[in-house]
Write a protein that binds this ligand. Structure first.
Ligand code: NDP
Length: 253
């Protein structure tokens, strides 16, 4: 058995980690629906098994309608990768309610709606994989990022609970937890940190590089390799788990 011909959904699949995962799945023959808010970004990378359609994960009705349209076009979803997310850092006691809600709407509501709506078609099939992109901030506190950390802890709780709900069924539910990965999120973080701390962009980047204990940023393709394994036959004994891809951060968990 392989994932050749299977229909996969990757939210936030037009850039960064999501795009690397989508491409890895497509290389194995999957038909991959990729989503994000910017159709123009999706159009740039579409082709070769990637099908781009705009979807804002903070809009429940849109998530349902877009997933229904994708299922009509390419059949039931058998791989769901809930990857879309935002990272805006602020100490929790200085986080206003608008920022809290924005982060929760994308990182928690968005994962919930994506998974719930995507699973409606998956449950009519005899094989499925659900994978959430959490973060090392989902397994430990993140200095200066309490709302983000809370949202990423929540994602892990969703996957663990689903794994319990479907024990013995032919589906698995896992999370991957990257450290600092070389994507647009890092570029935006560098800008935010340098402005806040009054340091140079290079110094701000070094903070993240050194947090990954192997002293470099992680490539999106490294995260995609782990995601691909979890989304393929052969990984069924791994269920309700979190895989750290973080250069040695969070050792001994
Ligand atoms: P990117 O900014 O490249 O990816 C985020 C993606 O999410 C974009 O494609 C974006 O597309 C999409 N997105 C954001 N908000 C929404 C929304 N409301 N509706 C639909 N799509 C949305 O960064 P990464 O690839 O790094 O991030 C991917 C995931 O990895 C995130 O969940 C992030 O938290 C997680 N992560 C990243 C780490 C890193 O160091 N890079 C570390 C740990 C976890 P668009 O803007 O077009 O909507």
């Amino acid at each position: 058995m392989s994932i050749n011909g299977k229909h996969a959904l990757v939210t936030g699949g037009g850039t960064g980690i999501g795009l690397a995962i989508a491409r890895a799945l497509a290389e194995q023959g999957a038909q991959v629906t990729i989503t994000g808010r910017r159709q123009v970004v999706l159009d740039e990378v579409a082709g070769g098994g990637l099908h781009g359609i705009a979807m804002d994960v903070t809009d429940e009705a849109q998530v349902r309608d877009v997933i229904d349209a994708a299922v009509d076009a390419r059949g039931p979803l058998q791989i769901i990768v809930a990857n879309a997310g935002i990272a805006e850092g602020r100490k929790l006691h200085k986080t206003d309610t608008a920022l809290w809600r924005k982060i929760m709407a994308t990182n928690l509501d968005g994962v919930f709606w994506t998974v719930r709506e995507g699973m409606r078609s998956m449950l009519g099939t005899d094989w499925g994989r659900v994978l959430a992109v959490s973060s090392i901030a989902g397994v430990r506190g993140l200095p200066g990022g309490g709302a983000y950390s809370a949202s990423k802890h929540g994602v892990i709780g969703m996957m663990r609970s689903l794994a319990e709900d479907f024990l013995g069924a032919p589906y698995t539910f896992n999370s991957i937890c990257p450290g600092y990965v070389d994507t647009d999120i890092i570029t935006r973080n560098v800008d935010a940190i340098k402005d806040r701390a009054g340091i140079s962009a290079d110094e701000a980047k070094q903070i993240m590089v050194q947090s990954n204990r192997h002293n470099r940023l992680i490539a999106p393709e490294e995260v995609a390799a782990a995601a691909l394994w979890l989304c393929q036959p052969g990984s069924e004994s791994v269920n309700g788990q979190e895989i750290m891809i973080a250069g040695g951060q969070v050792v001994g968990r």
